[in-house]
Design a protein around this ligand. Sequence first.
Ligand code: FAD
Length: 396
Amino acid sequence: MTLAPEFDYGIVGGGLQGCLLAHALAWHRPEATVLLLEQADDLCGNHTWSFHETDIADKAKSWFDPLVVHRWPGYRVRFPTLSRRVEIAYATITSDRLREATLSLADEAGGPVRPGRLVVRTGVSCEILSPSTVRVGGTADVSCRALLDCRGRAGAGTPSGAGYQTFIGHEYQTARRWPAAEPTIMDVPRDQAAGFEFLYELPLGPDRVLLEYTRFHEEPACDKSRAATLISARLAEADAGSAKLVRTEHGCLPMPYTAAARREGPSPAGGYAGGWFHAATGYSMPLAVRFAELVAQAQPDRVAAEVASAAAEDRLRRGFARFLNRLLFCLVKPADRWKIFRRFYRVLPEERISRFYAHRFTFTDAARIMIGWPPTGLAPIRFVRSFVSTPGPLPT
Ligand SMILES: Cc1cc2nc3c(=O)[nH]c(=O)nc-3n(C[C@H](O)[C@H](O)[C@H](O)COP(=O)(O)OP(=O)(O)OC[C@H]3O[C@@H](n4cnc5c(N)ncnc54)[C@H](O)[C@@H]3O)c2cc1C
C-alpha cells in the first residue's frame, strides 16, 4: 500500500466522529487533502445513531442534513405513573448511510490524491507518533498538517469510575402495520430490580421497527434473556403480525463519573476519545457534530488550540454530566434509578430538555435538574466513598 506522504488533515478512526469530520471538511475546506484511516474492514460499525434535532446547530445543517435517514416530529417516554409526548423533533442516522455517504466523498483506492477528494484506507491499524505524523499499518509514516484522534474508546484513557449503558437492538419487518408512528425512547417496565432498564422503540417505516433493550448498570454485562423477554412482550402487545428479524446491534457504553486518565495523546482528540460525547445521556451526536464544525472552521495550524479552548469552555458542563452519573451509579440504588428519569421528564419543559440533550444546558437548567425531593433508596456512604475508591456493585 502506498500513500501520499502529506495531507492537510489526517483522521485516525472511521467511526461516528471520524466520518462526521470528513463530511464537515468536505463542505468547509473543499480545497484540502484529507486522509481517513480505519482499522476495521469497514467504516462506521453497525449502529443506529439517534439525536434530538435541536442538538444540531443551523450552521452544520448544510453538510449534516443529507446524512439523516429518519425524522419524527416528537417522541414519547413512558414510566410507571407518567406518560409524556415530548415535542422535540427526533432523528436518526445509520451506519449504512454514513458509510455510503463517506465513501462517496472518496476517490478510487490507489488513485492520485486530489484536493476535495477524501482518501480512505480501511483495515489499517494506526499509531499516532506526533502531532503531525501517523504510522499506518505499522509501516508507512504519513505527515498531516492537522492530525485528529477519532479512535473512540481505543483512544480514550480509562476513567477510574464508570457505570455502563448496555444495548441489545433487534430490527424487525412486520407483516402488518406497526401501531406507533413516533419513537418511544424510554418505555420503562414496572419491575426495575436489575437497574434502570427500558425498551427503546424506533418505527423506521410503516412495517419496520427497531426495538432496543437498554440498561444502566454498574456492570457492563448485557442481560440477553431480559432483553428477549421485553422485546417479545412488545411485539405481542403491538399485534403487528409475524415479525422477521432483519438486523441486530448491541454494545456497551461506559458512562464515566470520573474524568478519564487520558494517555497524553500528541494530537487533538474528538468523539469518545476526546470527551466529545454527552457523559450523562450516552448520546455522541451533539458534541461530535460540534467538534467536526470546530475543526473544519479552524485553519489546520490552529486546530489543536481551538479544540483545547472549546473543551476548556465546556468543562463545567462535562463535569456536571459526570457528576450526574456519579449520583446515578453510586448514590441511587438500582431499583430506584428510574425515578430520576421520571422526575426529569415530569418537571422539565421542552426547552430545558433540548438544551440538556444538546449539552448546551445553563446553570439554571442544571439547578432545575438537581433541586427537588431525592428519591428513596439512597446509599450516601457509598457515594462519599466513591470519591476515594471505585465502589463495588450496589445491593438491590
Ligand atoms: C449500541 C449503541 C447505541 C448507541 N446509540 C447512540 C445514539 O442513538 N445516538 C448517539 O449519539 N450515540 C449513541 N451511541 C454512542 C455512540 O455510538 C458512541 O459514543 C460513538 O460511536 C463514539 O464515536 P467515536 O467516533 O468517538 O467512536 P467510534 O464510533 O467507536 O469510532 C472509533 C473508530 O476508530 C477505530 N479505531 C480504533 N483504534 C484505531 C486505530 N489504532 N487505528 C485506526 N482506527 C482505529 C475503531 O475501529 C472505530 O471504527 C451508542 C452506542 C452504542 C454502543
